[in-house]
Design a protein around this ligand. Structure first.
Ligand SMILES: Cc1cc2nc3c(=O)[nH]c(=O)nc-3n(C[C@H](O)[C@H](O)[C@H](O)COP(=O)(O)OP(=O)(O)OC[C@H]3O[C@@H](n4cnc5c(N)ncnc54)[C@H](O)[C@@H]3O)c2cc1C
Length: 381
């Protein structure tokens, strides 16, 4: 098994985390990244590790696919497990490589500021009971716990087990750890997966081919653009998200705070990331006035004192969305062809569990039952 070559297309969090786990299992791994590791969505993310707060997506609350609860429950299960894997991954990266990725179990608070948001909060809390610690509180108690919260906050749910980390540090650490484990990183654009007799045997680069026993496509929002995949109906599509940062002293919140349509993430040093939009605009990289206006409105409703804070940086990137909002992890049809993509809003959260699933799938190990719901073959053309 150790002689098997794996080529990974894309050096985002999925490519780097999978490469690390595969190399640690003794496989020979090459990551092909057209830019630098973490160049795209993975370094642009807010770094919220929030399976519980994210669980309300897809549970009917304004979601285009209500009634898909079993699949979303699967995502909650995978997310809870992956959040715990992050705690041990952060320890591993610190102990073995001296890099602090900023993992902190800071907790997440989701608040309601309008009457009509209260029932959504109650539904969310009910959904989580028995699965995650959840504390439903009124506005005054929420302000006692987070004094910078504004007067508009009527109610909240407090989720103390949720966490955050710093994505650029995570990406640096994963790439360094992977390289030390023997992974070869190469700057190259992949123009296609080579498939013959229903078996993947490598990839096409500029003017050359590269052979491999296994090809893992982890190209984020660009996955559907890699020729050679047979996943028409699963087209991974980009969903733009914008972020605006500021800095306050003392730090504005201790927890990550979610309102309707966005969040405020506070780092321990007082840096604040306010996000985000969800826009189907193709690969347009602009940061827009309209997007920033929505972000500022929500952030200053959650924390009125942010109105006086200096705007620092802004950026946008592309979440890899899928037709059913579930990732595509596992076998992609032809033997030796695998996907690790489509993680939409939760790719940082789901990277550790995805890396383990990719490793186990390639090694032929048994997979947990939740793997069936994210098996890419559900979309095979
Ligand atoms: C604004 C914003 C905030 C977010 N916040 C969070 C959050 O708080 N928590 C969370 O869990 N998730 C968050 N996400 C989602 C998360 O960032 C993504 O789900 C995750 O980063 C996807 O990782 P990836 O490796 O699949 O894709 P990417 O990071 O996009 O990596 C794909 C890589 O493939 C490379 N590539 C593409 N095509 C080719 C090719 N043909 N050849 C070679 N290389 C190629 C690209 O250059 C890129 O580096 C956020 C996303 C955005 C945009």
């Amino acid at each position: 098994m150790a002689s098997k070559d794996v080529v990974i297309v894309g050096g985002g969090v999925m490519g780097c985390a999978s490469a690390l786990r595969l190399a640690q299992a003794g496989l020979s791994v090459t990551v092909l990244e057209r830019s630098v590791p973490g160049a795209e969505a993975s370094s642009a993310a807010a770094g919220i590790l929030g399976p519980a707060v994210e669980a309300h997506h897809g549970h009917g609350e304004g979601h285009p696919h209500p009634g898909r609860r079993p699949a979303q429950d699967t995502l909650l299960t995978l997310g809870l497990r992956s959040r715990e894997l992050h705690a041990s991954l952060a320890r591993e990266l610190r102990d073995d490589h001296g890099i602090d990725v900023g993992f902190r179990r800071c907790g997440v608070m989701r608040v309601a500021v309008r009457e009509d948001e209260r029932s959504a909060l109650a539904t969310h809390a009910a959904l989580l009971r028995g699965r995650a610690l959840v504390d439903a509180i009124d506005g005054d108690e929420a302000r006692r716990r987070e004094p910078a919260l504004g007067p508009a906050v009527l109610e909240a749910i407090d989720l103390p087990e949720e966490a955050q980390l710093d994505p650029p540090s995570l990406l640096d650490a994963l790439a360094i750890a992977a390289e030390r484990a023997g992974v070869h990183f190469r700057t190259a654009t992949v123009h296609g997966v080579l498939v013959e007799n229903d078996r993947a045997h490598g990839v096409r680069l500029d003017g050359e081919t590269l052979g491999a026993d296994h090809v893992v496509v982890a190209a984020g929002s660009w996955t559907s653009l890699v020729p050679g995949l047979r996943l028409d109906a699963a087209r991974v599509h980009p969903v733009r998200g914008q972020i605006l940062t500021t800095r306050t002293r003392p730090p504005v919140f201790r927890r990550v705070v979610f309102g309707a349509g966005g969040y405020v993430v506070t780092r321990p040093d007082g840096r604040v990331l306010c996000g985000s939009t969800e826009e189907r605009v193709g690969f347009a990289r602009e940061v827009t006035f309209a997007g920033l206006a929505r972000i500022v409105e929500l952030a200053t409703t959650l924390a009125p004192r942010l109105a006086d804070a200096p705007a620092e940086e802004h950026w946008s990137s592309f979440r890899p969305g899928t037709a059913d909002d579930l990732p595509l992890v596992g076998p992609a049809g032809p033997e030796g062809l695998w996907l690790a993509s489509g993680h939409y809003r939760n790719g940082i959260l789901l990277a550790p569990i995805t890396a383990e699933l990719v490793r186990d799938a390639i090694l032929g190990e048994p997979l947990p039952e939740e793997a069936a719901a994210i098996d890419p073959r559900r979309f095979l053309a």
